[in-house]
Design a protein around this ligand. Structure first.
Ligand code: GDP
Ligand code: ZN
Length: 459
C-alpha cells in the first residue's frame, strides 16, 4: 500500500551532539547507498547493524559528513518498513545538508509531520493509543486555523456517520421485526435486502475512507470575493483585513490563477480573499463585469463580501448585484458609517437577513470585529461550505470506519452462506456500534428499545 520512501530529521535540531535522519520505505537502503561511502556493503548488511562511513555528494564527490548508518530491515523496525538511520555528529548545517542530498536524489521525499508514526500504526507496529498520542501532539502544535478546519471537517464527518447509523438502525429494525414477530405480515426480510443495505453502507464508508486517506485539511481557505461598485471601499477593506490578519502561506499547489489572492485568518478561519479583477485598484467587479475571470471568481466563491457605501443612494448597479447575490452566502457591508447615511438601508434589509448585514467604517477601523463574528457564525453554522474542506485523516476514524466496514462485509458474507438472520444481525449491530464509537456516542445497552421507539411496528 505504501510505496514511497520518506525521510526527516528525527531528533531535535540545534541541541548539538548527535542528529539523526530517519529514512523509511522500500527504497530506504538503495537511496542511502547513493551517497554513502563505506567499507561495508549496506545492501548485503544484516538487519540491526551499524556501519561507519561518509556522506558524499554524488554530484561533485565532496565529503559532507562523517556518519554512523544503522540498518533496520522491515518488519523489525519502528515503521515495519526498511529503515535507515543516519547519525551525524556535525551541527545543524551538516544535518540539513545530508537531508537535502537525500531529497535531491528524487527517490525520497520529506516526511509529513507524524508520518513515521502513521506508517507504524498502519503497518500494525504500534497501537491506536500510542498513535493518537502522537497525532494529538502534532495537533496541539498546529495553528488555530488548522484546528478550526479540523473541527469543521469532523463536524461534517459526524453528520455522514449519523446518517449511516440511521440507515443501519432501520435495517436492524427490519431484522428485529422479522425475528420476533414472524406471524406479523411485515415486509419480508430477505437476505438480498440485507446484502443491498449493507452494500450501500459499505460504499458510503469507502467514500469516507477515500477522503480520509487523502489526508486533506483545509488547504486553501474559504474562497472569499469582495464585490461592490467603485469607490465603496473594497480595496480599503482588503488592505485593512490583510494588514491585521495576514496569513503566512507556503507553497500551495494549484493556486496559480488570474486573480490576486490574499490569505488572512479571521477569528481562526482561513480566508482566501480574491481581488477579483486581478489588480488591487480595479478590484471592482461591477466595473469589470463581463470580465470572465471576475465572473468565475464570483461564481466559485464560498463567501461573498458585498460592500455598499451608505453615504450614497442605492445605484442601479447596487440593485443588480443585490439581485445576483440574494441566494448566495453573502455578508453585506454597509460601509462609511462615519459619513451621513444617505442610502435607504431598509431596501437592503428587505433582501438580506439582518444577521448578514454589518455596518462598518473601514476608514476608522470600526465594525471589523462584527464582521469577524458574522463569518465565524456562518462558518460554524454550516452556512459557508467550502469544497476544500474534506474529512481529516484521523487514525482513530480510519480504524473505526475500517472495522465497521469489515462487520458489514461479514454480514454480507453470512447471508451468502445461509447463516440465520439472528446471527447476521449481530454483525450489523456491531457495525452500528463501531460507527457510534467513532462519533463518541456511548454504546447503548438497550438497543432494542431504541429500535422500537424509532420504528412503528404497526406500519
Ligand atoms: P474601492 O474602489 O471599492 O476599492 O474603494 P477604495 O477602497 O479604493 O475606497 C474609495 C475611497 O473611499 C477612498 O478614498 C477611501 O479612503 C474611502 N473610504 C473607504 N472606506 C471608507 C470609510 O469607511 N469611510 C470613509 N469616510 N471613507 C472611506
Ligand atoms: Zn478598489
Amino acid at each position: 500500500m505504501i510505496q514511497d520512501t520518506i525521510a526527516a530529521i528525527s531528533t531535535a535540531v540545534g541541541e548539538g551532539g548527535i542528529a539523526v535522519i530517519r529514512v523509511s520505505g522500500p527504497d530506504a537502503i538503495t537511496e542511502c547507498a547513493k551517497c554513502f561511502r563505506s567499507k561495508s556493503n549496506i545492501f548485503a548488511a544484516d538487519s540491526h547493524t551499524v556501519h561507519y562511513g561518509h556522506i558524499v555528494d554524488p554530484a561533485n564527490g565532496e565529503t559532507v559528513e562523517e556518519i554512523l548508518l544503522t540498518i533496520m530491515r522491515g518488519p523489525r523496525s519502528f515503521t515495519a518498513e526498511d529503515v535507515v538511520e543516519l547519525s551525524t555528529h556535525g551541527g545543524v548545517v551538516a544535518v540539513k545538508r545530508v537531508l537535502e542530498l537525500m531529497l535531491r536524489s528524487g527517490g525520497v521525499r520529506l516526511a509529513e509531520p507524524g508520518e513515521f508514526t502513521k506508517r507504524a500504526f498502519l503497518n500494525g507496529r504500534i497501537d491506536l493509543m500510542q498513535a493518537e498520542a502522537v497525532i494529538d501532539l502534532i495537533r496541539s502544535k498546529s495553528d488555530r486555523a488548522f484546528s478550526v478546519a479540523m473541527k469543521q471537517a469532523e463536524g461534517m464527518l459526524s453528520k455522514k456517520v449519523k446518517a449511516l447509523r440511521h440507515n443501519l438502525i432501520e435495517l436492524l429494525a427490519h431484522i428485529e421485526v422479522n425475528i420476533d414477530y414472524p406471524e406479523h405480515d411485515v415486509e419480508s426480510m430477505t437476505s438480498a435486502y440485507i446484502r443491498e443495505r449493507c452494500g450501500e453502507a459499505c460504499a458510503e464508508i469507502d467514500r469516507l475512507l477515500k477522503t480520509a486517506s487523502e489526508g486533506k485539511i483545509l488547504r486553501e481557505g474559504i474562497m472569499t470575493a469582495i464585490v461592490g461598485r467603485p469607490n465603496v471601499g473594497k480595496s480599503s477593506l482588503l488592505n485593512a483585513l490583510v494588514q491585521e490578519n495576514k496569513a503566512i502561506v507556503t507553497d500551495i499547489p494549484g493556486t496559480t490563477r488570474d486573480v490576486i489572492e490574499e490569505y488572512v485568518t479571521l477569528g481562526g478561519i482561513p480566508l482566501r480573499l480574491l481581488d477579483t479583477a486581478g489588480i488591487r485598484e480595479t478590484a471592482d467587479v461591477v466595473e469589470r463585469i463581463g470580465v470572465e475571470r471576475s465572473r468565475s471568481a464570483l461564481e466559485e466563491a464560498d463567501l461573498i463580501l458585498f460592500v455598499l457605501n451608505v453615504n450614497e443612494p442605492l445605484h442601479p448597479d447596487d440593485r443588480l448585484l443585490m439581485e445576483q447575490l440574494s441566494n448566495r452566502p453573502v455578508i453585506v457591508l454597509l460601509n462609511k458609517t462615519d459619513l451621513p447615511v444617505v442610502m435607504d438601508t431598509a431596501e437592503v434589509e428587505s433582501i438580506f437577513p439582518a444577521d448578514a448585514i454589518v455596518r462598518l467604517s473601514v476608514l476608522h477601523e470600526q465594525g471589523l470585529e462584527a464582521l469577524e463574528e458574522v463569518i465565524k457564525r456562518m462558518f460554524f453554522g454550516g452556512e459557508i461550505e467550502s469544497a476544500d474542506l474534506t474529512y481529516v485523516s484521523n487514525v482513530r476514524h480510519i480504524t473505526l470506519l475500517g472495522h465497521a466496514r469489515q462487520s458489514l462485509v461479514d454480514a454480507i458474507d453470512a447471508t451468502e452462506n445461509g447463516i440465520p438472520i439472528d446471527i447476521v444481525q449481530i454483525d450489523v449491530r456491531t457495525a452500528w456500534e463501531q460507527l457510534g464509537e467513532l462519533i463518541g456516542d456511548s454504546v447503548s445497552d438497550s438497543l432494542i428499545d431504541q429500535i422500537f421507539s424509532q420504528f412503528c411496528l404497526g406500519k
